[in-house]
Design a protein around this ligand. Structure first.
Ligand SMILES: [Fe+2]
Length: 377
């Protein structure tokens, strides 16, 4: 009997195990039907390293991916979290899904959901990226980048077909290297020469794999190939420069770097959204096209929804949406100037000098729970 290692996502808390579980020497540890009661049990099993029959495991993974399609109606924030889970499952089983010929149809289905959710509640789509940073980084990052790229593309008035190609490109830009992306995301030391070489080849690797699965949309393929190219020609893999680059490839690059910077990493905090935008501003005319960078920043907003900040009166809150002018967002205050939670939270118009925008807050030190559905749902 061939056995494969059990992953965290294979075990569902509160459900009976669908297969027997063994240790690495083949000793039976838990029988099929055993009920796992909490996340801690799952963590311990996965940390020790447990195994199950490969065929049984494969069947339960396929069933898990298919079951995602028949979930009951969820809140808007939950819809995003479900989509994240769907991406995570897809990428955890990426080779299996490619072999079964379903990878591209799964990606286009997720791309349609991204398009619909961004269209329905664009501010919620933006806010959830910075306010809920859980789950596996590599697949979440692809979904976050697709979201930001879609919002920027709409602002830049790309045609629906170009927009859709761009979303699909964001969801597949690191195909073949997602595990590697997780590995280097957790690494605090500089990349080795071998890692650099692998990184430099990944846009071509992803493009080749997409073509082999029948993708022939030039927007999609070009954006994946060019998502690490720089306007001044210092990028990779081909060093393509200036207006030889497609706008979709450059939008994807901006979405990719913006989302990477606002994400918490093992060795550093996430930077506030405004700091990430300032970083892009500094790159204007160098690694990114001046006009496109300015348009991207306008689309994301100088004060993006979800940004955590302090107001002039000492309250702490999050940006809900743009206000009467780009410099005066609408904010919901969650913590009073006495440091205690405000119940209920209070809407503040930063146009009023009393509630004027103060400094942005390091996301790691913002210790209030933000109920996304009640603010943006
Ligand atoms: Fe990449």
């Amino acid at each position: 009997m061939s056995q494969s290692r059990v992953r965290h996502s294979d075990i569902e808390v509160g459900k009976a195990l669908p297969w027997d579980v063994y240790d690495e020497k083949g000793t039976l540890l838990l029988r099929k039907g055993y009920l796992i009661n909490n996340e801690g049990q799952v963590d311990r099993l996965v940390a020790v390293g447990v195994f199950a029959d490969s065929n049984a495991l494969r069947q339960s993974r396929i069933a898990q991916v298919e079951a995602e399609d028949s979930e009951p109606e969820a809140s808007p924030a939950q819809e995003w979290l479900d989509l994240r889970k769907k991406m995570e499952l897809l990428y955890e089983n990426v080779e299996l899904t490619i072999q079964s010929g379903q990878f591209i149809s799964r990606i286009t289905e997720i791309a349609r959901c991204v398009d619909n959710l961004c269209g329905a509640k664009p501010e919620l789509a933006q806010a959830i990226i910075s306010l809920r940073q859980d789950g596996r980084y590599s697949s979440r990052h692809l979904l976050d980048s697709a979201t930001i790229a879609r919002l920027a593309a709409r602002d830049l008035k790309l045609t629906p077909a170009r927009e859709f190609g761009l979303i699909c490109a964001a969801l597949t830009m690191n195909l073949g290297t997602t595990c590697f992306q997780d590995e280097i995301k957790a690494q605090s030391t500089p990349l080795t020469d071998e890692q650099k070489e692998r990184l430099h080849k990944h846009p071509e690797e992803a493009t080749t794999r997409l073509k082999s699965m029948g993708v022939n949309d030039p927007i999609w393929l070009r954006a994946v190939l060019e998502h690490h190219e720089h306007f001044d020609g210092t990028g990779y893999p081909n060093g393509t420069a200036g207006h030889e680059l497609s706008p979709e490839g450059q939008i994807l690059r901006l979405a990719d770097i913006y989302c990477a910077r606002i994400t918490f990493r093992e060795y550093r905090s996430a930077v506030p959204l405004t700091v990430a935008l300032r970083g892009i501003l500094l790159e204007r005319g160098k690694t990114v096209d001046q006009t496109l960078a300015a348009q991207f920043i306008r689309a994301v907003g100088i004060f993006p929804p979800g940004l955590q900040l302090r107001l002039a009166n000492g309250e702490k809150g999050v940006v809900v949406r743009p206000g009467s002018s780009p410099n005066h967002p609408l904010v919901v205050s969650l913590i009073g100037n006495d440091g205690l939670p405000l119940s209920p939270p209070l809407q503040r118009d930063t146009q009023n000098p009393l509630y004027g925008v103060g400094e942005t807050i390091d996301p790691a030190t913002f210790n209030a729970y933000v109920d996304i559905d009640s603010i943006w749902g």
